[in-house]
Structures are given as C-alpha cells and as structure tokens.
Design a protein around this ligand. Structure first.
Ligand code: PEP
Ligand code: MG
Length: 292
C-alpha cells in the first residue's frame, strides 16, 4: 500500500469515475510544512493560528503576524491558503487572554466570541491577514461562529481595517471571509450567513450536537461524527453552500477518517482538509472508491 500511496500523493485525488476531490492541508504550526512538497495538496484548508501565542510572551504584533502568514502562504506556491483567526478558549486556554472561572469553557467565550470581545487585538490580526493577502491567495476563516450578526461584525471590522491600510497606502487585499460550521445553530442557519465559504469543523460540531465532550474518553462512544444527526447538519451546510453558490469543505478530523469517507462524499462534500500525515492515506482511499 505504501508504494501505491507514494505514487498517488503528488497527483490530484480522483474517484474511479473521475470525480475530483480536493485534498487540502491542516497546519497547526509552520514547522509542520518543513520538508513537505506543496505538490501533494491542493492548498491549505486550515491554519490554526493559536501557534502565535507563546506562553509568557505578549501577543505578536502586526508585522510578526504578517511574516508568519506570508511564510506559510509562500510555501503553498500560489495555492489557496485559508487562515483561521485565533480560536482560543474551550480546549485551548491562553493565559492572560481567555476568561477564567468559566464552569463550561466549551460554551463560553471562545473563538470568534473572544475576538469580538477584544476588538483591538482582533483588528491587528485582520490587518496582518489583509496585508498577507496582497501577495498571496489568503482566505480568512472565523471559528466558533453561532449567529449571522457575529459574522457581520467581523466582516465590518475587516472592511474597516482594509480601508485603514488603504489610507496608509500599504499593499493589502480584502480577503474572502468564511466561517467554520462547528456549532449546530450555524449548521442549521448556514444559508442565513453572508459567508464567502463554509468549512465544517466536525470535531466541535460532533461534540456540540451529541453533547459529548471531544476530550472525554468516558463519552467517546457518543462522540461519533458518523451519527445521522451530525451527518444531517453537515448535509444542511452543503445544501446552503449550493444555494448560495459558495464552496463548502470539511477540516475536522473526520475528513481523514477513511471509514467515513463514503458518507462524507455521499452528502456532497468534495473538499477535504486533513493533517499532512494523513494525505497519502486519504488520497489512496479516494482512489479506491468507484463513485459516490
Ligand atoms: C473542528 O472543530 O473540527 C476544527 C477543525 O477545529 P479545532 O479542532 O481546531 O477546534
Ligand atoms: Mg473547532
């Protein structure tokens, strides 16, 4: 199987009937890309920017963030790169930034909620992303979005910062702005968002739908992305993308679960974003399927 994977990994992923499946990468830290050939992927579907926060250090400034985003995007050699704004809180606490004393951090001030509560810090990240977008195909993704008003607020901040950069005469581009679909309310209401794209966060969507924490071994049996309830929410997201003519992908761990692949393709997904380690295995599984 290994030799077959090696041959496949540099080619676009196709089902046996010729259906093209995009395979993108999830990147947790820039080092993940070292020594990796960008030809193995169709781009980067998720950059988790939490790597920017180092314990004991102040939040990185605009120029440092710009350098980090540009380096990652340069690696992709023109392929699209989707960068997620910081998703701290929940299972990703950051000292001095996330709320303390929450009895249920997964339902607390996390992801976009925290960014909107700290607009000064959020604006710095949006400016760095818009500046990186001047040179690269950068798309910006918002985590833990629940209602359209949150998306609208983030879009307004992004527009303001792009306008501010323009006044300064700095190179910039207003990037496409999309949402993670990882809260059941966002999946059910997906069509009501003005998002430029959707990416399904199956890790959180599963835990919030099944009321079974992603980090609890005791309820791991219930934390099942293949449950019909979770698949139905994902199908709804795919339908919203079709209605609104915007792309839909999946970037949760389920995208690399080849046992689930027929179901994911069956609900209409054609774009998977997976950890670099999983690319060969996922492409081999795709090539092994006759059709959806
Ligand atoms: C997810 O929730 O599926 C996801 C991709 O985001 P994270 O795992 O970073 O919460
Ligand atoms: Mg998530």
């Amino acid at each position: 199987a290994k030799a077959g994977e090696d041959a496949l990994i540099r080619r676009p992923a196709l089902l046996q009937d010729g259906t093209r499946i995009e395979v993108l990468l999830n990147v947790g830290r820039p080092e993940d890309l070292e020594g990796l050939d960008p030809g193995v992927c169709d781009g980067i579907g998720l950059v988790r920017t939490e790597f920017l926060f180092r314990p004991g250090h102040p939040l990185p400034g605009e120029d440092e963030q710009l350098a980090a985003y540009s380096r990652i995007a340069a690696w992709a050699e023109g392929r699209p790169v989707t960068i997620r704004t910081v998703d701290v809180g929940g299972d990703k606490p950051v000292e001095g930034l996330t709320a303390e004393g929450e009895t249920n951090p997964f339902l607390g001030l996390r992801g976009l909620r925290l960014s909107l509560s700290r607009p000064e810090a959020f604006r710095v990240q949006l400016r760095a992303l818009a500046r990186a977008g001047a040179e690269h195909d950068i798309r910006v993704m918002l985590p833990m979005v629940t209602v359209p008003a949150e998306f609208d607020q983030a879009a307004a901040l992004l527009d303001e910062e792009v306008a501010a950069l323009a006044r300064l005469g700095l190179p910039r581009r207003r990037p496409p702005l999309g949402i993670m679909v990882e809260v059941p309310a966002a999946a059910l209401g997906a069509a009501r968002f003005g998002a430029d794209f959707y990416s399904i966060g199956s890790n959180d969507l599963t835990q919030y739908t099944m009321a079974a924490a992603r980090d609890s071994a005791a309820v791991a049996g219930l934390n099942d992305t293949g449950d019909p309830a979770v698949l139905e929410l994902m199908a709804r997201t795919v339908a919203a993308g079709r209605t609104r003519h915007v792309p839909v992908s999946i970037c949760g761990d389920a995208a690399a679960d080849t046992g689930l692949l027929p179901q994911l393709l069956g609900i209409g997904l054609r774009c998977l974003s997976v950890a670099p380690m999983a690319v060969g295995r996922v492409k081999a599984a795709i090539a092994g399927l006759a059709h959806v």
